[in-house]
Ligand binder design. Structure first.
Ligand code: NAD
Length: 267
C-alpha cells in the first residue's frame, strides 16, 4: 500500500533515505516502507544476496535504490559511502541507523575484550559514524535520524550474557539525546526506537556460550512473549514507527526514545 498524506501525495516524495542493515529484518522492512512512501533509498549493509533483493524490490516500485557494501564500524568505508550516496542523490533527508548484532552472549567472567569490542564497534561506533557522516549532507535542509536501540538498553532483566549488547543499546540512547541537542540548530531531529523481540534473522550469527544457558534465570513469561502479540512482533510493525519518525508528521519529536514492544518491558 502507498503511504500518502490526505490530498498531499506520498509523504516522502523526492526525499532520500539511508538505511543501515537494510538487507534483513527491521532494516529491510523499513527500506521498503520508506520507498513505498516515495523515498529513494541507499541500502548500507555487508555484501549479501538479500540486500540485492531489496534493491530490486524498490526499483520495481519505480523508486531509486542503491546498495553500498559497507561495514558500519569502518570509518573510512563509511565516509566514502556517505560521500558517494550524497553525490548520487544530492542532500540526505533521512538516516535510519539500524545495523546491529547480538554478538557474543557470555557471562562477563568469560566475555573476551575482543568480543566486547566487536559488539560495541558495530552497534555503538557504527551509529556514531552513521550520524557523523550524515551531518554534512543534512545540515542545510534539516532531516530526521532514527537510531535502532532496544528495550535491552534499559530493562530489569535482559538475560545473562547480554552485558555488551545491553551496554551498546543504552549507549545508543544516550548518544541519540546528545545528538538531538547538538543538531537541533540544523533542524535535524534525532530519535531512538527501542524494539522488544521482533521476528528477524538476528539470531543467525549470535554466539551463546554454554555458561549463559546454564546460569540464565527462568522468567515467568517465556522469552520473547509480549502481552499484545503473544510472541515476537513483526519487522513491518517497527517500520511503521520508522516511517512516522522519518516524516513531517513527527516534526516536534526529537531527543526521545520510543518503545515498540507490545508491553514486553512491563512483564
Ligand atoms: P537482522 O540480523 O535481521 O538484520 C541486521 C542487518 O544488519 C543484517 O542485514 C546484517 O547484515 C547487517 N549488519 C550486521 N553487521 C553489520 C555491519 N558491521 N555493517 C553493516 N551491516 C551490518 O537483525 P534485526 O533484528 O533486523 O536487527 C536490526 C536492529 O534491531 C539491530 O540494531 C538490533 O540490535 C535491533 N533490535 C532487534 C531486535 C529483535 O528482536 N530482532 C530487538 C531490539 C533491537
Amino acid at each position: 500500500m502507498q503511504q500518502t498524506n490526505e490530498g498531499q501525495g506520498l509523504i516522502l516524495a523526492g526525499k532520500t533515505a539511508i538505511v543501515t542493515g537494510a538487507g534483513s529484518g527491521i532494516g529491510r522492512a523499513a527500506a521498503i516502507k520508506l520507498a513505498r512512501a516515495g523515498a529513494n533509498v541507499c541500502l548500507f549493509d555487508l555484501m549479501d544476496d538479500r540486500t540485492e533483493d531489496v534493491e530490486q524490490e524498490i526499483r520495481d516500485m519505480g523508486r531509486e535504490a542503491e546498495f553500498y557494501d559497507v561495514d558500519v564500524s569502518n570509518s573510512g568505508r563509511m565516509e566514502a559511502a556517505f560521500r558517494a550516496a550524497a553525490e548520487r542523490f544530492g542532500s540526505l533527508d533521512v538516516l535510519f541507523a539500524n545495523a546491529g548484532i547480538n554478538g557474543t552472549l557470555a557471562p562477563i567472567e568469560e566475555l573476551t575484550p575482543e568480543a566486547w569490542d566487536e559488539t560495541l564497534s558495530i552497534n555503538l561506533r557504527g551509529t556514531f559514524l552513521a550520524v557523523k557522516n550524515t551531518i554534512p549532507h543534512m545540515k542545510t535542509n534539516g532531516g530526521s535520524i532514527i537510531v535502532t536501540s532496544s528495550i535491552n538498553g534499559n530493562r530489569k532483566y535482559s538475560g545473562f550474557g547480554m552485558s555488551a549488547y545491553s551496554s551498546s543499546k543504552a549507549g545508543q540512547v544516550a548518544f541519540t539525546k546528545m545528538a538531538a541537542l547538538e543538531l537541533a540548530r540544523y533542524r535535524i531531529r534525532v530519535n531512538a526506537i527501542c524494539p522488544g523481540a521482533i521476528k528477524t534473522n538476528i539470531g543467525e550469527n549470535t554466539h551463546r556460550t554454554k555458561a549463559v544457558d546454564d546460569i540464565s534465570i527462568p522468567v515467568e513469561y517465556p522469552e520473547g512473549s509480549q502481552p499484545l502479540e503473544h510472541g515476537p512482533g513483526q519487522p513491518e510493525q517497527v517500520a511503521d514507527l520508522v516511517l512516522f519518525l522519518a516524516s513531517a508528521q513527527s516534526s516536534h519529536i526529537t531527543g526521545t526514545e520510543i518503545y515498540i514492544d507490545g508491553a514486553e518491558t512491563l512483564l
